[in-house]
Design a protein around this ligand. Sequence first.
Ligand code: NDP
Length: 325
Amino acid sequence: MTKAIRIHETGGPDVLSWDDVEVGDPGPGELRLKQTAVGLNYIDTYHRSGLYPLRGLPAVIGMEGAAVVDAVGEGVTAFKPGDRVCYASLPPGAYAEERIMPADRVVATPDGIEDVQAAGMMLQGMTVQYLLRRTYRVREGDTVLIHAAAGGVGLILCQWAKHLGATVIGTVSTEEKAELAKAHGCTHPILYTRENFTERVRELTDGAGVPVVYDSIGKDTFEASLDCLAPLGLMVLFGSASGPVPPVDLGVLAAKGSLYITRPTLMTYTAKHEDLIASAGELFDVVQSGAVKIEVNQTYPLAEAAQAHRDLEGRKTTGSTVLLP
Ligand code: NDP
């Protein structure tokens, strides 16, 4: 028996239940992991609320963690008991003291990267890797717009985009978050609670607009984000913190300058094992070189995951958050 946070029904943070669960032995190609740190991500709230429905309840939620290998299943040669590993991947089940995980979905945690740091960066960091390096390849001299710039993904995006030579414009809700974003590579933080961010982006780019917007807020920012784009610009809608975007009339893309739009997910970008390894490798490189610092600004006991969800959804957190089993 082990302890895990499960949902028996979808809903608010109160549906998170601290349960005894059976883990069992790893099957062929699987590992049993003793988890040392669990990453908190916005997708966990979508699984909990039912926005992204999970198949089969009760279910343990959670997509990211750092762990020590406890046992290996038949045919696993890449890992042995005692190895330090980390992951950000399906299947859900990370909110647990122990879990089973497919061996080809985890990577070795490099020396010099602590478990709390690894759990705070794998999902958000590999997301930033594909957003900046594959969805739109940010180049020296680009000016990019990043929403929720002081968040978990946001602080990594700002630092990494700056490292690639971009000028970063970022939106945040408070003065404190603006300061934090600025200290992490965001040249022009915009307090969108006070300023019209579209007008400010036009002003900062001499009317030209930006070639790419990274929008994880969704419903509340989508339309105004399109108005920040230069002709042929790319709208990267990668999250729905304020709720999902309603259906879009594609004619809008023509009217606003032959725009492109994509709705990417980390799962697609790391579905192939070689892509997972390459993405994690680039992330480890920028963290180990010091170009990107992973700011784990909140930790909670895993048993108190409900409070962590309230704080994340209540916009009280900054940077990354880790749950400790
Ligand atoms: P954050 O730490 O960024 O937290 C969310 C932030 O969004 C808040 O702090 C808040 O910042 C801002 N926000 C704006 N409107 C709202 C609202 N109505 N309710 C709550 N927050 C709001 O979370 P994460 O770093 O974990 O994730 C950021 C986003 O990236 C999420 O939308 C997530 O789904 C997405 N994501 C997508 C992935 C993908 O592959 N597609 C992978 C990983 C994350 P402020 O107070 O400054 O407005």
